[in-house]
Design a protein around this ligand. Structure first.
Ligand code: DGL
Length: 273
């Protein structure tokens, strides 16, 4: 065990990355985390590849100013469109969520029918289908479904209302018809809908990318000898790019512990250099 007390940086377009942070806190209890939610510009999932790359570079540059030892791209959309750019440009390791979740899906399916739900940009990138097929040892059929209405519903805190269930039923119908036995929640906002999705999909294994990403984060830091020791001062520091009234209450509800209000950082102060 080493004693690297530099924080881990985590970013998402909004509150979705909290679903990854939850698993990071569980697997890495002695670490400090700096979380940036780009709430002024959420959702990323309906934007162009160029815009998503620009935003991702700006978020990563902000985290680097906090001397982070690892950046976790807790956003599938940014992982799909910008992970390679960030890994090329930055001098700290950068971990995305798609590869860990794809490995878990490929290993978890019994009948070879895997569903993926995500934002329009993530699904259009085909990253999950490619990555799941590459990870599988036998034939897998991947069926993808964009669910663009889920992100605003989650940001609004509508986690299990009749309207949310109606929309979910519409999105899930083609996947259920194709007898998927495994469903990747390919957007970090979606695990906040987990109780509702579990009730609607009995017998389907739901893959939460945060769980598998957190394990990889642990492995990366251990291999680099950069884990914080038990004497380290753990903690979470939240930043958002716009005032988000529900952030603190949703974060507390979802992380199951008290959190400080986020500090606002203007997008005008984000640079990609
Ligand atoms: N939570 C993000 C993801 O995993 C982004 C959602 C969005 O901003 O559209 O894709």
């Amino acid at each position: 065990m080493t004693h690297d007390q530099r924080p881990i940086g985590v970013f998402d377009s909004g509150i979705g990355g909290l679903s990854v942070l939850k698993h990071l806190l569980h697997h890495l209890p002695h670490e400090r985390f700096v979380y940036l939610g780009d709430t002024a510009r959420v959702p990323y999932g309906n934007k162009s590849a160029e815009t998503i790359k620009l935003y991702a570079r700006q978020c990563a540059a902000f985290l680097q100013q906090h001397n982070v030892k690892l950046i976790v791209v807790a956003c599938n959309t940014a992982s799909a469109l910008a992970l390679d750019v960030l890994q090329r440009e930055l001098d700290v390791p950068v971990l995305g969520v798609i590869e860990p979740a794809s490995r878990a899906a490929a290993a978890g399916t019994a009948n070879g029918h895997v569903g993926v739900i995500g934002t329009r940009a993530t699904i259009a990138s085909n990253s999950y289908a490619r990555c799941i097929e590459a990870s599988a040892t036998s034939r897998v059929i991947v069926q993808s479904q964009p669910c663009p209405l889920f992100v605003p519903l989650v940001e609004e805190g509508w986690l299990d209302l009749p309207a949310t269930r109606l929309i979910a039923a519409e999105y899930l119908r083609p996947l259920i018809a194709n007898h998927i036995d495994t469903l990747v929640l390919g957007c970090t906002h979606y695990p906040l809908l987990m109780p509702m999705l579990e009730a609607m999909l009995p017998g389907v294994r739901l893959i939460d990318c945060g769980e598998w990403t957190a394990r990889d984060a642990c492995d990366i830091l251990a291999q680099r000898d950069e884990l914080a020791g038990p004497e380290a001062q753990s903690g979470m520091y939240f930043y958002v790019t716009d005032h988000t009234p529900l952030f603190t209450s949703l974060a507390q509800q979802f992380l199951g512990r008290p959190v400080n209000d986020p500090v606002r950082v203007s997008v005008d102060h984000l640079t990609d250099a």
